[in-house]
Design a protein around this ligand. Structure first.
Ligand SMILES: [Zn+2]
Length: 298
């Protein structure tokens, strides 16, 4: 791609969806991926994953960009909007169809069931229409990825998810397809994100192989939980961090990632905190397990 970025070395990214303002869990993912890139003298890209218009919240994209800037998490190159990548997503979809790797399915959510999709439409040769999704034919061969933090993750896709949807009824790419196509286009060398997506990684690896794309490293950071033990997310209406002082937010996120701030830096501006974090950052200090963050201490 011609975006003024270098063509070699480490390249990471943060890829929020504009379904709400940044909450603590997304700050942890942003900060962890930022530090992982910066400590390797790499680039850190920002991609807004706006391929789900019904769930998009007006003004959320702007709020996310302003919040990252306020926290001193400045990205490289232009912001990528996944919505603008439709041609590439369509080309990947068409390639999967042309190579017989995907098929159309008209099962309702109820028919496809809660577990692995049973492959009901696999041999029906359905033609596409407005009610059809496109499913990828998955393999019975176990797929293995090595996560930088969690080690080896092995998944047999026929058992865990079955043939999964790569193109949705609303004529939008499904998350997995858009992610792997765009990560490859950006030349992302390591995907650093929340551990809720750890199980998705073998699915994405398999899709990368189907499409002949480069295979990035994966690193899944611990999840922040609310008091009930649920993942902090925009869906659970986790409090946005925008009302909190930037240094308090960064301090809490660094502590959550196993890098408690030295007391001499308490209340220091973001640039100073991040300079310290870059010198101290080590994945060996990052805990694996999901937990509740400490309360923010402004
Ligand atoms: Zn079906």
């Amino acid at each position: 791609m011609d975006d003024g970025l270098s063509s070699v070395g480490y390249r990471g990214r943060f890829a929020p969806s504009p379904s709400g303002a940044l909450h603590f869990g997304s700050v942890v993912a942003a900060l962890g991926s930022f530090l992982q890139a910066r400590t390797q003298r790499g680039e850190w890209l920002l991609r807004i994953e706006n391929i789900d218009p019904p769930r998009e919240v007006s003004g959320a994209t702007d709020a996310i960009l302003r919040e990252l800037e306020r926290l001193g998490l400045f990205w490289d190159g232009p912001v990528c909007y996944q919505h603008d990548r439709r041609e590439a997503h369509l080309a990947a979809r068409d390639e999967l169809i042309a190579r017989g790797l995907a098929y159309h399915c008209r099962c309702s959510r109820r028919q496809s069931g809660p577990g692995a999709y049973p492959g009901t439409c696999r041999t029906l040769h359905l033609t596409p229409d407005a009610t059809a999704t496109l499913r990828l034919r998955v393999s019975e061969t176990p797929i293995s990825i090595v996560d930088t933090l969690h080690g080896e993750v092995v998944e047999t896709l026929t058992e865990t998810c079955g043939d999964y949807v790569v193109w949705r009824v609303e004529d939008w790419p499904a998350y997995h397809l858009a992610v792997v196509v765009d990560d490859a286009w950006h030349g992302i060398t390591e995907v650093v994100r929340g551990a809720d997506l750890l199980d998705s990684s073998p699915r994405q690896r398999y899709l990368q192989r189907c499409l002949g794309l480069a295979e990035p490293l994966y690193c899944h950071l611990p999840l922040a939980l609310d008091v009930d033990g649920a993942k902090l997310s925009k869906q659970t209406l986790a409090c946005p961090v925008s009302g909190q002082p930037a240094s308090a937010v960064l301090t809490a996120a660094l502590g959550f990632l196993g890098h408690p701030l030295p007391s001499a830096l308490t209340g220091a501006p973001p640039a100073e905190l991040l300079a310290w974090a870059r010198s101290a950052w080590s994945l060996t200090r990052v805990p694996l397990s999901a937990r509740q963050p400490e309360p923010l201490n402004p």
